[in-house]
Design a protein around this ligand. Structure first.
Ligand SMILES: C[S@@+](CC[C@H](N)C(=O)[O-])C[C@H]1O[C@@H](n2cnc3c(N)ncnc32)[C@H](O)[C@@H]1O
Length: 272
């Protein structure tokens, strides 16, 4: 994963943050604007919400923009450089979700959310990250996890099928495993109650709404080049270097011409 991080850092953070905003708009549409699926009771004011692996806080701002009640929003990320210059009422702090959480945050949150960041749990994998969230939560409060299903994706054209195959080989290689499909089970194993899972199809390119045609392609294809760079270091990768070179262009063309779909898996569970 270091290779992935180094490549995105080398480009500067702005392109990656723009890509995350594009993916956020695509997910928001697929979820019908319901970014919080866990029954947190967002209509009552005074909830404390933490987004771990928040990057520049896009998800938090999206959630806040949809609430009539006032809540306190917190964002953490291993890369503090990603936080916006203007915190705009959100509390940001640098922290790796693999490490013990600062005691001042113990027992204060009504919802802890992680989206698209579980690859950062490698090489140990997500089980430890999920268990590590328990001290943050008030009794009866919720964790919500959302990741893209790479291992059993929807039926797509050949380029998107190769992209998914490359991604799952790469995630297995770095030790992150099949976290999207594992999160609900891991929440149960960590002792969370009332665990539920929702699967949402996300339309891309030609299959997306016209206003999300380019945005959805941008959101999904951005990480392919850095991912292929990690795939090159995997001796058991089933793709040749030439095939990896061609993959980003093939995926973009396929999404432009015929479109495609990904599946987002959202798992949530409640602390006893
Ligand atoms: C693909 S981005 C997703 C950002 C955001 N959650 C979203 O959905 O827009 C992954 C984020 O996870 C962060 N990350 C990676 N490893 C992490 C770790 N060990 N602890 C906290 N954040 C981590 C990265 O810095 C990056 O901001």
């Amino acid at each position: 994963m270091d290779n992935f991080m180094q490549m995105t850092k080398k480009l500067g953070h702005r392109p990656e943050l723009l890509r995350l905003a594009a993916l956020d708009a695509t997910y928001d549409d697929a979820l019908g604007g319901n970014l919080v699926l866990a029954p947190v009771g967002m209509s009552e004011p005074g909830k404390r919400i933490l987004d771990a692996g928040t990057a520049d806080g896009t998800w938090l701002r999206g959630v806040r923009s949809k609430q009539s009640a006032q809540h306190d929003y917190y964002g953490s990320d291993i890369e503090g450089e990603l936080f916006p210059e203007n915190a705009d009422g959100i509390t940001y702090f640098a922290h790796s979700f693999k490490d013990p959480w600062p005691e001042k945050y113990h027992g204060i949150f009504d919802l802890v959310h992680i989206r698209g960041s579980m690859a950062g749990s490698a090489p140990e994998g997500p089980a430890l990250v999920i268990k590590n969230l328990l001290p943050l939560l008030k009794p009866g409060s919720w964790v919500q996890l959302m990741e893209m299903n790479g291992s059993s994706p929807p039926k797509n054209g050949p380029a998107m099928t190769d992209f998914a195959k490359m991604a799952i080989e790469m995630f297995t290689f770095i030790g992150a495993g099949d976290f999207a499909n594992d999160n609900a089970r891991l929440l149960k194993e960590a002792g969370f109650q009332n665990v539920q899972e929702r699967r949402v199809l996300v339309n891309l390119g030609k299959m997306a709404k016209p206003e999300l045609h380019d945005v959805s392609i941008h959101g999904v294809t951005g990480p392919i080049v850095p991912l292929t760079s990690v795939a090159r270091t995997n001796a058991s990768c089933s793709f040749t270097h030439e095939q990896l070179d061609a993959l980003p262009g093939r995926v973009k063309d396929e999404l432009e011409i015929q479109g495609g779909q990904i599946e987002a898996i959202i798992a949530f569970g409640q602390k006893e």
